[in-house]
Design a protein around this ligand. Structure first.
Ligand SMILES: [Zn+2]
Length: 352
């Protein structure tokens, strides 16, 4: 549940750089373009990459010779991978400091903040780009770990087991995979919000899509109570094939934000509708928890649509959205535990 929102948010935020000031707008006329804040920002970044300085501030990562090799440094600093890191660091420092420079000047003139590369201007803390989003991502991860661990303990230490030492609850392997994919996704979310480069962005997107796709499969299998192995494969195979192709497409062909957003929104809305419909029909004793998560998740999505700039350079809509999924995750895993207990009790009743 967290996942689709996670994906949705990531997508909406990053799918919209074309709506922000971070793209040149030739249709606004050459005069405006040349004088736009954005043009100044790019000129600053370009100059910084050449000189390694913004105003009085200079960055050690930006020292390259004309052929792109690192100036002064031992042999290992001449390695291509290390040089690539240095260039990323240099570009990142240049973008950040040019942005801060620009925002201070804009503020002095009474202008509000604008987006850079599809993101609001944040104040870095120890080199972390979006500290609030990182902190909330880590808390989400911790919440999933706690949820999964308590589910595991309930299944194997509290509820009765079959003679084969397997749990009665037939959806347990699916929830274990779900737990792993959720933790993986929040881990990359934390990494991406710490440092936004191509590689971290791809890991973040890929893991969010994988989680979203898998949770859709899970929504179908659980709500229709699909227990037969062959039927499960019939449902899962086409979805897994699609999600795998989509991830390969994003990573190795084109990171198409618009298309990715459509894919994620369709998968998210589909599972939301499935859970909501099921919650409406089922006699499940914990269906109210489903309602809370479905409605809570939908309301939280509004934050992403509203998308306000950060208060004091820290707390923006996206970060608050990540914060709202923390209690929802707690309720969600509590529903999963209740479901395991409920189903186990049912099966034991039938067995008698
Ligand atoms: Zn995020």
């Amino acid at each position: 549940m967290v996942m689709y929102t996670s994906c949705f948010c990531i997508l909406v935020l990053r799918a919209m750089p074309q709506c922000s000031f971070s793209e040149s707008k030739p249709w606004l006329g050459k005069y405006f373009y040349v004088n736009s804040w954005f043009h100044q920002f790019w000129a600053c970044v370009k100059q910084c990459e050449e000189t390694g300085c913004v105003g009085q501030k200079c960055f050690p990562h930006c020292k390259f010779s004309s052929d792109g090799a690192s100036i002064n440094g031992p042999w290992y600093m001449q390695e291509p991978l290390y040089l690539q890191w240095k260039k990323w660091d240099c570009l990142s420092d240049c973008r950040y400091n040019c942005m801060v420079d620009r925002e201070i000047k804009r503020d002095a003139l009474g202008h509000g903040p604008v987006k850079y590369h599809g993101k609001w201007p944040f104040i870095r803390v120890y080199g972390i780009q979006e500290p609030a989003s990182v902190a909330f991502s880590v808390l989400n991860l911790a919440m999933h770990f706690h949820g999964w661990l308590s589910f595991f303990i309930l299944l194997y230490y509290k509820l009765p087991l079959k003679q084969t030492k397997k749990a009665y609850y037939e959806f347990s392997p699916l929830w274990h995979i779900y737990g792993f994919l959720s933790m993986n996704s929040w881990f990359w979310s934390a990494v991406f919000h710490s440092r936004d480069v191509d590689l971290t962005e791809k890991f973040d997107y890929s893991s969010a899509v994988a989680l979203l796709g898998f949770s859709l499969i899970l929504a179908i299998l659980r709500s229709f109570n699909v227990r037969d192995e062959a039927a499960r494969v019939m449902v899962a195979a086409p979805l897994l094939a699609f999600v795998t192709t989509h991830i390969l497409y994003l990573n190795f062909y084109k990171l198409d934000y618009g298309w990715n957003m459509k894919v994620c929104v369709v998968m998210a809305v589909a599972q939301l509708l499935i859970w909501a419909t099921w919650a409406g029909i089922t006699r499940h004793p914990s269906r109210w928890k489903l309602w809370v998560v479905v409605f809570g998740g939908a309301l939280a999505m509004l934050l992403e649509i509203y998308d306000f700039p950060p208060y004091y350079g820290f707390l923006d809509a996206h970060a608050i959205w990540h914060a709202t999924t923390i209690p929802l995750t707690y309720i969600w895993w509590s529903f999963i535990r209740d479901d395991a207990e409920f189903q186990t009790a049912n099966m034991l009743k039938k067995a008698k």
